[in-house]
Design a protein around this ligand. Structure first.
Ligand code: FAD
Ligand code: UDP
Length: 384
């Protein structure tokens, strides 16, 4: 076994795996470690009863970046899955994202002109409030929080039924305490189009994400079940440089305090002899009372048409969102003002390290989607 590598990569998630592949191309030697017993980080999928289960939550790949799309497709083929979640609000179903189907279900409006009039009426309260504030301050004002942004985008009825309860469950915070950008991820359309994303390319890797990661890191030495901090000195001595993809606050021993995260717990059930439980991969429960945020039916990510019924069983996961406690998996960084200020302190410390590169969702404390993580790895490794 080699004792000296060019790079030690801490974490076999997407950032670590893309970095490993790119470094290999540049003929660097790489050792990868992960504290988990498997590769892939949060995109890990596991085959159960013939179905690829997204162990750490539903993952749909989408991007408008052709280079990224060609990159992932060079390892595995992607299917034509298009995410079109359904929202269940107190027993009534609505299509997402907010589009003509949703507006019809909500108000009975049938044409884009009718829908636009209705939305204008719904947005009036929020847009007048913002205009008055801008006039008073003499500068154009932007929505200050998620509630203001949502009311400005879609108005009161949709906010109350499809956003408020779901968001408060997902983030454990009032919509008035959350940043506006979170809700801007969702498209608002005046067409009958239930595609959750506006991106040019979308799909699921056939055979699961684990297969994609395996292909990326083929030929690299990987050691699993190793926590970097248990053997840091020994591991650091084995490589010239380190790529660290874990939590940034942990790296610096929480010197400035803990960054906050949201975590998700999954209640997964194998339903034998049920071929089709909910007819869709994702159903969101948008009221405040249902304790889970959504139910995922994993087979629908990869099985389309007749394949759904020819697989005799199905697997569902109810997702419960909660505040992260030490020992939990950190999932979502909470990019509010308090945490952003704390992160800035850690970021300054990270910038001062010349042997270590910090990359990915946890090390950069950013709400990155998969394609953004890949773009970031291209950028970081491209500079080496
Ligand atoms: P991670 O996947 O978290 O990888 C970090 C790795 O480092 C982990 O394997 C961890 O075990 C390891 N590690 C950490 N600390 C140590 C240590 N001390 N020692 C050793 N190993 C360590 N993106 C999309 O594009 N589409 C989606 O539909 C989508 N859905 C999502 C749903 C959920 C519930 C979540 C949480 C995220 C979702 N994402 C989605 C985002 C996507 O998961 C991330 O962009 C991506 O997985 C981040 O990769 P990463 O390598 O930065 O982090
Ligand atoms: N959201 C909502 N209702 C829904 C789905 C999403 O209000 O039915 C809000 C919620 O605040 C969420 C944000 O829209 O955090 C972005 O949704 P997305 O599905 O992109 O979140 P993800 O789970 O991928 O982070």
């Amino acid at each position: 076994m080699k004792t000296k590598y060019d790079f030690l990569i801490v974490g076999t998630g997407l950032f670590g795996a893309v970095s490993a592949y790119l470094l290999k191309q540049k003929e660097y030697s790489v050792l990868m470690i992960d504290k988990r017993a498997h590769i892939g980080g949060n995109v890990y999928t596991e085959k159960v009863n013939g179905i690829n289960v997204h162990k750490y939550g539903a993952h749909i790949f989408h991007t408008s970046n052709k280079e990224v799309w060609q990159f992932v497709n060079s390892f595995v083929e992607f299917n034509r899955y298009t995410n079109s979640p359904v929202a269940n609000y107190k027993g009534k179903l609505y299509n997402l994202p907010f589009n003509m189907n949703t507006f019809y279900q909500m108000w009975g409006v049938k044409t884009p002109a009718e829908a636009q009039l209705k939305i204008e009426e719904q947005r009036k309260e929020a847009s007048e409030k913002l205009r008055a504030k801008s006039e008073q301050l003499g500068i154009p004002c932007e929505p200050q929080n998620l509630e203001e942004q949502a009311l400005l985008l879609v108005g009161r009825d949709i906010y109350e039924a499809l956003i408020k309860g779901y968001t408060q469950k997902q983030w454990g915070r009032q919509c008035t305490e959350l940043p506006a950008f979170i809700i801007k991820r969702l498209p608002v359309r005046f067409t009958f189009d239930n595609n959750y994303f506006n991106d040019t390319y979308q799909g699921i890797p056939i055979g699961g994400y684990t297969h994609l990661i395996e292909k990326m890191i083929a030929g690299c030495e990987v050691r699993l079940g190793i926590d970097y901090f248990q053997q840091k000195d020994e591991l650091d001595a084995m490589a010239d440089r380190v790529i660290y993809t874990g939590e940034i606050d942990r790296y610096f021993n929480y010197q400035h305090g803990h960054l906050q995260y949201r975590t998700v717990s999954f209640e997964t059930e194998v339903l034998e002899d049920v071929t089709n439980y909910q007819g869709n991969a994702v159903v969101n429960y948008t009221d405040a009372e249902t304790p889970y945020t959504r139910i995922i039916e994993h087979k629908h990510f990869e099985m389309i048409g007749a394949d759904v019924v020819s697989c005799p069983d199905t697997i569902i996961s109810r997702e419960y969102s909660k505040e992260w406690q030490p020992g939990d998996e950190p999932y979502y960084p909470v990019n509010d003002d308090k945490n952003s200020a704390l992160y800035a302190q850690y970021e300054a410390m990270a910038d001062a390290q010349n042997k270590v590169i910090f990359g990915g969702r946890l090390a950069e404390y950013k709400y990155y989607d998969m394609h953004k993580v890949i773009e970031r790895a291209f950028e970081v490794i491209g500079q080496l």
